[in-house]
Design a protein around this ligand. Structure first.
Ligand code: PLP
Length: 386
């Protein structure tokens, strides 16, 4: 495989399969997978990820954030149902119909506009979105009867066709009692709305509320789909909390040592001179920076793996390069530096990096930028570049 061995992400498709199968094994049999592949499959490369899920695991449901992502899947040969989890401008109704894409329908005014815009093209498939507590998008459910009434109005519109109903859990990754009760209330709310719709003779279609965290922490049947995002990629919904499924990180981020030098005690390193050597040191320069999505917040805090040893980042991370302390480590230009991944007995995960940056692993993997080639690994071999 020919790609620039500067900084690249290895995407292990075998681990992806392992995670999906492992997650499926803890779900009730009535619950199918909707694989959430928004944001270029959380930065992993959407083409390789979705074709493996469809062709090798038979996944028939995919979730994306917007219509461009949805159409990209269709153009890559994804045949199953595609649900847009966010808002699509009603003016795009014709394209939703043309590409057979299902849209989240989150309030009556939006539903009306979508229905009107579809005139002459057919009906837009929608999943009615309920806001059961997150206050993002959806029909508010503080008043269950009013929520059900609003949903029923949607069924009466000519230009849309409800084929499902869903909600999103916002604290399903927490073990705090108050949050567990909150999640339960969210689930009770969607179930209550569904009961009213069913009693009134409406076909609710596919009803779903689980995300990665919900699927592993709420022991409750009923959701027809689990919208699996972060665990698919081998990361934790909440780094502090174990998950009861085995998983393997899918992405490794690897860079290359460009220069190695000895510096004297008192030498400053990098922009802003934020590090000054308190002894003679060996320093390696590594060809990755914040323009690759390697966070500048790791300056003087993060670590990388070189020849199996942990090396501290010294000085500020630059746009395209950074420096690490390799004193006592065997290192030469051209050596691999593992930024995310395993080397020997040592491992650095996206969650470890996220902890230093006061964020979540999601943001780290989604933030790996376009200039980083995604090298697809299957059966231990490099099979493609994205
Ligand atoms: C992103 C998203 C998911 C997936 O969440 P994970 O925590 O990554 O599993 C599921 N549902 C909706 C509505 C989302 O926006």
């Amino acid at each position: 495989m020919d790609y620039l061995k500067r900084t690249y992400a290895k995407i292990n498709i075998d681990s992806l399969k392992f995670n999906a199968q492992s997650y499926l094994s803890v779900l009730p049999s009535e619950t199918k997978l909707m694989c959430v592949v928004k944001a270029n499959a959380y930065g992993h490369g959407v083409k390789a990820v979705t074709s493996c899920l469809q062709d090798e695991l038979g996944v028939r449901w995919f979730g994306v954030s917007n219509i461009d992502e949805a159409i990209e899947l269709r153009e890559n040969g994804i045949l199953g149902d595609i649900l847009i989890l966010g808002c699509t401008p009603p003016s795009q109704a014709d394209r939703l119909i043309k590409y057979d894409i299902t849209q989240a329908c989150f309030d009556l005014s939006y539903a009306g506009q979508l229905s009107k815009a579809s005139d002459g093209y057919g009906k837009v498939k929608v999943h009615i979105k309920l806001d059961t507590g997150m206050s993002r998008i959806g029909i508010p459910c503080d008043d269950i009867k009013a929520a059900a009434a609003q949903a029923e109005e949607m069924y009466k519109l000519d230009g849309i066709m409800p084929t499902g109903i869903f909600t999103h859990l916002c604290v399903a990754d927490s073990d705090k009692e108050d949050n567990i009760r909150f999640t339960q209330r969210q689930i009770n709310r969607i179930k209550s709305v569904c009961e009213i719709l069913t009693a009134d003779g409406y076909d609710i279609g596919v009803c779903h509320w689980l995300n990665s965290a919900g699927g592993v922490y709420t022991n409750q049947n009923g959701s027809k789909l689990a919208r699996l995002g972060i665990i698919l990629y081998g990361l934790y919904p909440n780094h502090q909390l174990e998950v009861p499924v085995k998983m393997r990180p899918v992405m490794e981020l690897v860079s290359t040592v460009s220069m190695v030098k000895k510096i004297k005690k008192g030498t400053d390193i990098g922009y802003g001179r934020t590090f000054t050597a308190d002894r003679d040191m060996s320093i390696a320069t590594i060809a990755a920076g914040y323009a690759d999505g390697y966070p500048r917040l790791l300056s003087n805090k993060g670590e990388v793996l070189i020849n199996g040893k942990r090396c501290k980042i010294v000085g500020n991370v630059c746009m395209d390069q950074f420096m690490a302390d390799t004193t006592g480590v065997k290192v030469k230009p051209g050596d691999e530096a593992v930024l995310i991944g395993r080397m020997g007995d040592e491992e650095i995960t996206a969650d470890d990096i996220a902890d230093i940056c006061h964020t979540i692993g999601y943001e780290i993997v989604c933030g790996i930028t376009k200039r980083v080639p995604r090298v697809i690994i299957k059966d231990g071999k490099e099979t493609g570049i994205e």
